[in-house]
Design a protein around this ligand. Sequence first.
Ligand SMILES: NC(=O)c1ccc[n+]([C@@H]2O[C@H](COP(=O)([O-])OP(=O)(O)OC[C@H]3O[C@@H](n4cnc5c(N)ncnc54)[C@H](O)[C@@H]3O)[C@@H](O)[C@H]2O)c1
Length: 348
Amino acid sequence: MQTPIRLGLIGCGGIVQLQHLPTLLDLNEVQIAALADPITENLAKVASATGVPPDRHYADYRDMLSAGALDAALIATPHHLHAEQVIGAAAAGLAVISEKPMATSLDEARAVLAAVERHNATYSVVHNAIFTPGAIRAGELLRCGQLPAPQVGRAKSLFPMTADRHRSSPARIWRAASASGGGCIGDTAYHEIYSLETLMGSPVRYVEARVQTRFFDLDVDDVALLLLEHENGAISTVSTSWGMAGAGAGELGNLCEVHTRADCLRMVGRGTALHRLARATNEWSEIPLAVTDRNRTGHHGYLTATFDALAAGSPPPISGQMAFHNLAIIEAARMATDARRAIDLTEL
Ligand SMILES: NC(=O)c1ccc[n+]([C@@H]2O[C@H](COP(=O)([O-])OP(=O)(O)OC[C@H]3O[C@@H](n4cnc5c(N)ncnc54)[C@H](O)[C@@H]3O)[C@@H](O)[C@H]2O)c1
């Protein structure tokens, strides 16, 4: 693709302002050329950071797509809008990068993949958590043969939200509503699932789970417990909740760890810290990482790798199939809850 890549942003909210912009503004191959968001205040904030002129601001993303003069779109809107917007951008001939999840159901996700293929569009979904310093280092240790294959893993993201926090910001409101594709498994545990699967080094095949609403008066899940069996027979668990205090009394709120027949690796805070347990001495040691404000969430690494790939005409690091697989695990967890049995992903 010719550079600079003329990029249109669909959605100019929290994640764009906090994590996408600092990297996008630094990438030589990217020129932010148009902005779409129905909330004028968010549009104005991103316009002032990027210098996109007012005649390229749009309340309706469809007007931005029809105006043309773009090469790619970055979608960061509430979940229920992703499928429609990805399909629209692909039909307009753009490369499309979408925030997670790719859609709110597998039927929608299949429609996205079909549209992307029909329009021959490059498509990728933001799986930033495997680009954090901890995840990169853990992957190196596991792949370079220093550690044998993980046999058991666990990941958790347990946060003690209050009912007020669910209603205190627009982002909280849509995340806590079924109509916009909210819920803790699709929002929060989304990252734990692909992070753990990546460290385990083997795709998930069977999913047993309970996805429930136990803490808040919401129409979405606020707790999800998953038991996963991987293709190689290894097993792992994912626990996520908005209603469980997991950060007090020495207990960590977020971690992702794998146990091998030798040492164990534990990522904390989505890969901002990494620890190794030596089986021989039963002692933990911290593995040094160069964590900065820029690289701590992994968005910097993900966006850099993705736009580098677009510029080079090579496939982006996270494919639509990878995002489909992660969504399939989430959908299987819901099915397992209803059926009270394990779901084989090949059934979906
Ligand atoms: N990868 C991560 O670590 C991570 C972290 C946070 C959020 N996210 C994802 O980013 C996306 C946005 O989350 P957020 O926290 O920024 O939410 P947010 O509510 O802060 O921002 C969403 C923005 O989308 C805009 N919007 C709504 N309808 C629109 C439409 N039809 N067209 C264009 N814009 C529209 C809203 O006005 C708002 O400005 C979600 O998919 C979320 O899952 C990912």
